[in-house]
Design a binder for this molecule. Structure first.
Ligand code: SF4
Length: 280
């Protein structure tokens, strides 16, 4: 069985950058805390915890404490609240996400209703919402477009959660355009997501089995899984080597291995080595 590893896999630059900022901050500051997770991967979260960064549920007194903002971005009300409480703020938000914030704020000031195509429960979407004065509309699927509500809008600006599936986004945009006369669309899917999704549109067709590695709560990994599954029914989405079942590979001549943008190389390498030794 040939093991074909995706050309684009493992940490994207935004995740690498955020982890680097986190570790540097942990080494330099006495008390560093985070609301939520730096990125959505259990191994990375463990590494960040071992470096001494505490995960907190809510803000307390902030004197002599540093609040580290995650790669997914954070609403301005939370940052203002933290500053008022005395926290020193270190921002590890991915620059691509910052770019989405900037567009959404600018278009709101220009009088557009903001529509976000994304998962309403994801930190990144909360972070975008948290930049705006008026609550935006969030749409995740073409069948959840609030048609009656959006037909009252004259002009809208649409931004996209950076890790959305491009095909799904274009379907939603087509649906929105039927109801709103002036729609300005900003395709804010980030480059690492685009290249990985593009690879995922061919790789599952060239391999008998597909393995996608990443956390179940990693949005970009789950998109890769959706795309791969739609093209190859022998697609398995796993978080670690322990999830693999040898019987998945019965009769397979090739296995493709892909991974999400927050999956550490150490996990990918361990799985690739395991699959290679299955042949022996
Ligand atoms: S997936 Fe994209 S938006 Fe998210 S951290 Fe990586 S580069 Fe930034």
């Amino acid at each position: 069985m040939k093991v074909n590893v995706a050309h684009y896999g493992g940490f994207c630059f935004g995740v690498k950058r955020a982890i680097g900022i986190a570790l540097k901050t942990a080494a330099a500051e006495a008390t560093v805390c985070m609301l939520g997770d730096i990125v959505h991967n259990e191994e990375v979260i463990k590494q960040i915890g071992s470096a001494g960064i505490k995960r907190i549920k809510r803000l307390g007194a902030g004197e002599r404490k540093t609040l580290l903002l995650s790669a997914h971005g954070t609403g301005t009300a939370i940052i203002d609240n933290a500053r008022r409480r005395g926290y020193n703020i270190v921002d590890a938000t991915c620059p691509m996400v910052k770019g989405i914030h900037k567009i959404a704020k600018k278009m709101e000031v220009a009088g557009h209703t903001i529509i976000i195509i994304g998962d309403r429960d994801h930190d990144e979407v909360h972070g975008i919402m948290g930049q705006l004065k008026t609550r935006p509309i969030v749409i995740d699927q073409v069948h959840t477009i609030p048609r009656r509500r959006i037909s009252k809008i004259r002009k809208a600006a649409v931004v996209v959660q950076s890790t959305q599936n491009a095909d799904n986004v274009f379907k939603i945009i087509d649906g929105i355009k039927h109801h709103i006369p002036d729609v300005q669309f900003f395709n804010t899917i980030c480059r690492p997501t685009r290249t990985r999704q593009a690879e995922m549109r061919t790789m599952p067709l060239k391999n008998d089995v597909m393995i996608i590695i990443g956390s179940r709560n990693s949005a970009n990994t789950q998109r890769l899984c959706q795309i791969a599954k739609s093209l190859n029914s022998r697609t398995y989405c796993i978080a670690s080597r322990e999830d693999i079942k040898p019987e998945w590979f019965a009769g397979a001549r090739s296995v493709g291995v892909a991974s999400g943008a927050s999956t550490p190389d150490v996990i990918i390498n361990e799985i690739v080595a395991y699959l290679r030794q299955l042949n022996k």
